[in-house]
Design a protein. Structure first.
Ligand SMILES: CC(C)(COP(=O)(O)OP(=O)(O)OC[C@H]1O[C@@H](n2cnc3c(N)ncnc32)[C@H](O)[C@@H]1OP(=O)(O)O)[C@@H](O)C(=O)NCCC(=O)NCCS
Length: 218
């Protein structure tokens, strides 16, 4: 069974832009080119992550606290319903079905948002994404040097709406918990460091390593 089946999926929030950027930066140079249809530097990826979270539905897959995959779903209000999706999976988790799971989740969210179809723009040498889109039943077409994939979205099932609202609320709580626990962890590490420095000044002969250097309070 793939490792990511232990993972959980949730929406990302603006205060998690750095986390999302770190995931995108961890793609291989080739993966980065495929994901962005060209080369993007680290600064541009940081800016992209922040903008995407503000303007799209960005959902991530977390395994043991690490973001190992994500999709961005953008539903254009004009014309209403036109939707675009882009995916990324951490290279250590390729070929494990996570990309397919992300595409399925993007499709079901697009359905709730009223989009009849989602489009993917894929570079012609991106065999993984072309294969994945084909397997999902997308209609493929040539789009200049790229490949266009149009995936039909089933009509929204109103019974799923309340579930989606509950999931969004859970996402918000989990995102806020991650934010608060990060702040607390850093504050504890700072306090331990300060106490160690104070102790080292009082008893210089005792020496030793600072708590943060030994990994305590991380
Ligand atoms: C494209 C990407 C998201 C696929 O993720 P993944 O988790 O490896 O995909 P899956 O394991 O779900 O694969 C699903 C299907 O895709 C196809 N596929 C996956 N890797 C493939 C490869 N290297 N060659 C051909 N087909 C491939 C297969 O049909 C596969 O089905 P199978 O497992 O029955 O063979 C991942 O490779 C990635 O992050 N690439 C870099 C970013 C990118 O290209 N994003 C897409 C931009 S639109």
């Amino acid at each position: 069974m793939p490792g990511w089946t232990r993972a959980h999926f949730r929406r990302l929030f603006p205060w998690e832009a750095d986390r999302y950027a770190a995931h995108l930066k961890a793609l291989t140079p080739q993966g980065r080119r495929w994901r962005f249809c060209g080369c993007l530097g680290d600064d541009a990826l940081g800016a992209h992550a922040a903008r995407a979270i503000e303007t799209c539905h960005v959902e991530g897959c977390f395994l043991d606290g690490r973001l190992i995959g994500a999709f961005e779903l953008f539903v254009d209000p004009l014309p209403l319903g036109h939707a675009q999706v882009a995916l990324s999976v951490d290279p250590a988790h390729h070929h494990d079905g996570l990309g397919s799971e992300l595409l399925a989740r993007a499709t079901s969210r697009a359905s709730l948002m009223g989009a009849p179809e989602i489009d993917l723009q894929i570079q012609e040498d991106n065999a993984a994404m072309i294969g994945q889109a084909r397997r999902a039943g997308a209609a493929m077409s040539r789009d200049g040097v790229d490949v266009g994939a149009a995936l039909a979205v089933p009509p929204a099932d109103p019974r799923r709406l309340s579930l989606a609202l509950l999931q969004d609320e859970a996402s918000l709580l989990q995102g806020m918990f991650a934010l608060v626990s990060g702040v607390v962890r850093r504050a504890v590490a700072r306090t331990m460091d300060d106490r160690w420095r104070l102790g080292a000044r009082r008893w210089p002969a005792r020496g030793g390593m600072s708590p943060s250097a030994t990994g305590e309070g991380q």
